[in-house]
Design a protein. Sequence first.
Length: 421
Amino acid sequence: MPTSSGPNQKGEENLVFAYDVGDVKNSYRGEPATNSQNADISSMTQVGFNGWSCYDGSPPYHTWGTNQSKTFVTVPGPFGTSVNAMLYHNFNGGFYGPTDWGAVPNGTITSGRTYTVQGWVKAADSSSVGNSVNVHTYYSHSGGAYSAGTNYTLTDQWQLVSHTHTVQYNATGGGIMYFFTQNPGEVKMYLTMTGVFLDESHAVPWIIGGSTRSNTQGLLDLTGNNTIDLSNVSFDSNAKITFDGTDDYFTTSTTAPSLQGNSTFSVEGVFRRNGNILQQGFWGIGGGTTLQGICSWNYILTNEIGIDLWGTSTYGTGQTYSSAEWKHIVWTYNGTSFTTSNISIFVNSVKYTGGTLITRRGGSGTPNINNTGITLGRINSNTSGYHANGQVPVFKAYNKILSDNEVKQNYQQYKTRFNLS
């Protein structure tokens, strides 16, 4: 089926598996986290909408309809599907805004702890574009009170806004979350999908429904919207999946029958190694519990570009690069036989062929890729120490050979995004 998984639009009918963590609308939903805000208030159910209060600085205090109003609406949301939202109207300007008085539960604001308050907002009419919203949090403590926020400019598009705070004192009560619209005149704003995330120093994209995603709801196979189980992978400080070199991997629930046997296929991805660690697993196709892989991370996590066919490495010309570098790599097989003459790899669109196949790690002969599924992060589920150490933000598999020109086009699309050489 056609997807939005990558730049090679023409060849997407040949795509059998794909994800791109940069595609937050269609592919990536964020990291595991616990939303400490009330789920109804967070997701704007009717009950939650009714629970939203307001703040203002003149009598009668905290009263809807005096200086501001709220309306329960259902509108197209940040991810393209409908969401419940608050249409917030600040009549005259000033320091007013929607308020959740108990957003951060009592007892969770302790010295040294970091938390982030957040929400999705956008201007509700053209005259409100350019006005500001301040994501703000407040709590009392023995030394006084904490009160601060982060300003954002409203646009006609949804944006995820947040404020992060590291606590200096133990709070004497719960914390309050505000969305102040401090402007000289009238403001209309949509607000939805709010949250408070403890022990997080950044905003967390999360699925619609009032709670963050589970480990199995975060990454989607763009060829069919099947979830990819991320319960065995880690996340970096920017909320992106990473393989830590010890135990991280995932195996897709989607098998790839079009890659079985001696079929023609290509594999493409963008990778970065975290260290010069030898013989670590990158990706593979195998049956049962043992991965009888086609390719390992040997060629990206060491200083040599290589290919691994059942423990087979050294392929093409040796390449060195630092662990800070991203590489766009494509691996193709022409469907004839598993020999070096039928295999090519491209590193940042440069093509390598030839090389020597070396059997090791207890395997021999042609790789068995029947009854296949795709695994990333390890090369053998029964062998410790063979886990990847790096990041894979983009990965795709095709049941065709990508031409040299298609590889080059895809490389050009990723070049700026990842600062490829």
